[in-house]
Structures are given as C-alpha cells and as structure tokens.
Design a protein around this ligand. Structure first.
Ligand code: ZN
Ligand code: ZN
Length: 593
C-alpha cells in the first residue's frame, strides 16, 4: 500500500509539474522568489546550457532548518503565511508550496541550506528521495536543479532553443533586478556573466548593468505626483530606442507589473519623438495606496487595475512630455571607437535583438555592433566605473541654439554653424514639424474662417464608405468644411478650412475622408486631428530640392525654434543633427583622444 501511495504522489507531482514548470525560466523564477522571501541580499543564478543541464541558485538568506527543508518537498507545504505584500507575487502565487516537489519530480534536485548552524543536504531524483543528511553549509540556501524533464521526454521536446530559454531567463532576471535594486543579482550561463548588479539600492546602476553605459548616459530622470499617485524613474532620450515594446517596464509599489493602458500611455508620450516602429526604454515606478489598485491573480500573467487611471495616465504623459521638452535633443554624431578582440569574443551566443541608436541611417553597422557589444557585456568593470551617474543626468533647459547659415547642400540640407560645431537641418523635416504644430493648434482651436472653393468639389464614394462619412459628417462640419450629400453616394464640398494645403485641396479632402473611414471603429477626435495634422504637414512642406533663399532659411530656423519639439518631424525623424567641433577635430586628428 505504502508503495502505491508513493507512486501516486510522484505521479501527481509530475502532473502538477506540467502546470507549474513549463520552461527553465519557471524553475528560475520559483527558486529566485524563494530566495527573495528568505530576505537575501545576494542571489546568484548559475546556468549550464541555458538551464537545460543545470540551474543553480545560491542565496545568503535566512536558510531553512532540517524540518523546514524536508517540508519544502511535500506538496501544499506552505511554510509561509501570505501577507498583503505577497499579492504582488501573483505570477507564482497559487502554486506556492507545490513548486519544489513538482520540480523535484521532473529533475534531479540538490538542496543545501543552513540557518547558521549545522546545515542540511537533501537530494531528490525523479521525485524519489536519495539522500537527506546533515552537512556543512554556510548560512543561506543553494538549490541545484539538474537535467530538467529528463524523465518526461515529451516535455523535454517542448523546451525551446537554448537561446530562447536563455533570453526568457535574462528577461526575467532583468525585471526582478529592477524591482529589487537593493539585492545583488549575478546571472551566468556556462560561466559567462550576463548580469551583475551592485545591489546598493540605486536603480540607475541596475539600468546600467542591464543596458550598458551608452544607454545609461541617455536616460533622463523623472519624478512627479498628484493626489493619488507618485511616479518616478528613468526614461530614455528618443535617440535611444528599441525595436519592441518590452523595454517599457512599470513597477507598482516596488513590483514589476503589467498594465497595457499604462504601457500604451508611456509609448504614446513619445509620439512624434521617434518613429512609430520604435519604442523607448522606460523604467517607471508608481507608488500608490494599495486600496486604489486591484491585482489580478493569474498564474501566467501579472496584471493590475488602477482606480482613477485617467488621472494616472495624464500624470505620466505630462511628466514624460515635459521632461523631453526640457532638454536639448539634437543628436550628436560621434566617430565610432574601434572594437578590441576581447570584446568580440565576449559577444557569445546570445544576441537578443538589433540595437538601434537613431539616427540609424547615418550610423555604420560597425558602430551598431559596438553598441550591441557594450550592451551585452555586463561585466563588473562597467559597474566599477562608479559613474556618479546622477550628475550626468541632464537638468538644463535648452532648445535650438543660435545658428549662422554657412551653406546649403543638395537643395535639402541647410548647413549652419556656431561656436560649438556644425549643424545640418533637413528642410523638409523641419518644415513638416512647423506645419504639424501649426495645424495641430488650428485643429484643436477651430477657426470659423473658411475658404470657398471656386469650383465646388464632388466626391463619389462606394456605398459602404459613403455611409461611414455620412455618419461622421459632424466631425467634418466641426472642422469648418461645408459638406453636403449630393445625389447617390456623393458629397459636395463648397468650402474648406484655411489650413488645407492650397493646390492640393482635392487630394487633402480625400485623405481626410480616408482617415475617417479607417478610424471608423475606434474614432477619437484627438487621434483623428493628429493624423490630419501629420498628413497635411507633409503635403504643405517644401520638398527636398526646392531651393530656398537665405531669407527663407532664416525664417525656417526661426519657426523651428518656436516649436514645442523642434528636434524631430512628426514621423520621428530628426530635423537637425550636430557635429561638435570636438568630434570634427578628432576626425581630422587635430586632437587625440
Ligand atoms: Zn514628409
Ligand atoms: Zn516626416
């Protein structure tokens, strides 16, 4: 009988393992969170072959005595009481107390732990206890998980490639390190250190450990509050961006959580500062009374709901936009540094994604590789630079500086100079920015003035589109178009608002109709106006090869300087770039660095 019971238990643990343990990262997660619960100030994660061969987590926490250690391998052995704080540990909560036995059932696991006195060693293989004895151990716990899923081949097959398993783990450890800047995390794979945080409670240093110094130098601190919420953290200058949105990280009361609306708000705050296919790096801490949040407990998701979310969104948006507007964002062109052999060898098998430092067009692949390298090297030397980083965070208010026109290239770029260096202005991008801000202003403050068309314009549409426009005709009338139905499936436009680009009226009106039609399902006036402003701005703007007179160039720079964001066109491309005098002197070897 006893035997059967044991078999049952092994089986049910294996079944539970299917729910709890899916990937190497689920094991890492469980072990690391146990280490955090044990009040560790240092947690080391050592992997062999992305964790598929071995996962070892070593901490300096409170450890377990012999009884607790044995208990940890029994199902539902919840040794901890949950307090409110545990509600944030939602990604594993619910499986607590089941995880260790489940992991033990599908691997070989060795636990060494001590509360300071005599330690315990427990060894399980495939769910069977092999050894349980006293041992020497320093205070804390180390758990080694070997050959995960060796006895469940079907599941073993489901493990992703080594690179994917590793990148999931790196991603998780990065996030947890950002949540706990006070804990020193070290992550290595096959003895190669991938992350090493200082654990001195400095968030910026954690960011530095993860992203490297080039990114860290381009982070801006933010901090603000309203009645309910306090926010602070770091946002990247638009010049540093990523190809996906996974680098926008939010922490609520110190825990990484996810809320799509908040993420969207953060990304949208960068609207027109960077191309729509690019995303910023943001670590935003939100502090709030826990009665104003609702944590959704789900084993695989971390989701959270906020009361007064619109106030929070406004706070975030205004804070980010004000911060971006508070500094000079003119990208400076730098000469690439040569790469050493040593750096190339560190490049290793793990490359997550292409790093894109705008202005990407001007940048050589060479320097892209360099940034990628720097990003992936998280060795201690970077940390030891002890950056006095806060001082490097810019505080000054600046805009387009005083410039003197020095020339004109390709009928496109205005060449300017001042004491600090050379500047190139893209005349189309600059004009587009100016027109965009003017048109946006006119759209949100509609002006009754309109222009009668010499020949009223008739526009015929397919029936489905005709219906949509008819339903939204108010939107157009509020913009001070004079539009009415005209026979079957047609409209006649008799007058139009003054901002419509002259000479392109019909094209512009058709474009606006298209925007109404494409936005039909989630129409918001704000978005619509923005799209209209972007489209009109491009139409109205001088093109490349439209030669400008000196006066027109002066005028353009003057108007650009008046913009809220003079640095990018509405599509996020730069309007102006800078070669500092120093960089030029370096290139001509007038100075050595
Ligand atoms: Zn354009
Ligand atoms: Zn543009």
């Amino acid at each position: 009988m006893a035997n059967i019971k044991v078999m049952d238990e092994i089986l049910s643990n294996k079944i539970a393992a299917g729910e709890v343990v899916e990937k190497c990262v689920s094991v890492v997660k469980e072990l690391v969170e146990n280490s955090i619960d044990a009040k560790s100030s240092e947690i080391k994660i050592e992997l062999i072959d992305s964790g598929t061969i071995e996962i070892k987590v070593i901490d300096n926490g409170i450890g377990m005595d012999n009884d607790d250690a044995k208990l940890a391998f029994q199902r539902h052995a919840t040794s901890k009481l949950y307090d409110e704080d545990d509600l944030y540990r939602i990604d594993t909560l619910g499986f607590r107390g089941e995880a260790l036995p489940s992991i033990a059932s599908v691997s070989e696991i060795i636990l060494k732990t001590s509360t300071g006195g005599v330690g315990s060693l427990i060894h399980f293989k495939g769910g069977k206890l092999i050894k349980c004895e006293k041992c020497d151990a320093r205070k804390g716990t180390s758990i080694t998980v070997k050959n995960l899923f060796y006895n469940t081949p079907a599941r073993l097959k489901h493990l992703s490639s080594l690179n994917t398993e590793l990148s999931n783990i790196v991603d998780y450890i990065n996030r947890i390190a950002l949540s706990y800047p006070n804990i020193k995390f070290t992550l290595s794979n096959n003895n190669r250190i991938l992350l090493n945080t200082p654990g001195d409670d400095n968030l910026l240093k954690v960011i530095n450990s993860i992203y490297g110094i080039d990114v860290t130098k381009n982070m801006l601190d933010i901090s603000n509050f309203n009645n309910d919420y306090e926010i602070n953290g770091y946002i990247s200058k638009p010049v540093v961006n990523r190809a996906n949105r996974s680098h926008v990280i939010t922490l609520v009361n110190g825990r990484v959580v996810r809320n799509n609306e908040i993420n969207k708000t953060i990304i949208e705050s960068y609207h027109t500062y960077m191309p729509e296919t690019k995303f910023p790096i943001v670590v935003l801490k939100i502090d709030v009374d826990s009665s104003l949040i609702d944590v959704n407990i789900h084993p695989t998701k971390m989701d959270i709901k906020f009361s007064n979310i619109n106030e929070l969104k406004t706070l975030i948006r205004n804070t980010i936009i004000n911060r971006l507007n508070s500094i000079n964002l003119i990208p400076t062109i730098e000469t690439p540094k040569p790469i050493s052999y040593e750096e190339v060898s560190i490049k290793s098998n793990y490359v997550q994604e292409t790093i894109d430092f705008a202005p990407s067009k001007g940048e050589s692949t060479y320097s892209l590789i360099k940034s990628e390298l720097e990003e992936n090297i998280s060795d201690t030397s970077v940390i030891n630079e002890d950056l006095a980083l806060e001082e490097k965070i810019e505080k000054k208010q600046d805009t387009i500086p005083e410039l003197y026109i020095a020339g004109y290239a390709f009928g496109t770029y205005i060449i300017c100079q001042n004491d600090l260096g050379l500047y190139l202005i893209d005349q189309h991008a600059a004009k587009e920015r100016i027109n965009y801000e003017k048109t946006s202003y006119m759209l949100s403050n509609p002006n009754k003035q309109n222009i009668s068309m010499l020949f009223p314009l008739t526009i015929e549409l397919p029936l489905n589109e005709f219906i949509i426009i008819k339903e939204n005709i108010d939107v157009l009338n509020n913009m001070y178009f004079e539009i009415s139905e005209f026979g079957m499936n047609s409209f006649v436009v008799k007058s139009h608002p003054i901002w419509l680009p002259s000479g392109h009226e019909e094209e512009a009106i058709r474009k606006i109709f298209d925007l109404v039609i494409t936005m039909k399902d989630n129409f918001t006036l704000e978005k619509f106006n923005d799209r209209v402003a972007m489209t009109m701005a491009c139409k109205m703007s001088i093109k490349a090869n439209d030669n400008l007179s000196n006066e027109e160039m002066e005028e353009l720079i003057k108007d650009l300087r008046k913009c809220n964001n003079p640095y990018t066109c509405p599509h996020g491309r730069p309007t102006i770039i800078n070669f500092t005098k120093y960089e030029l002197e370096k290139m001509f070897k007038r100075v050595m660095n």
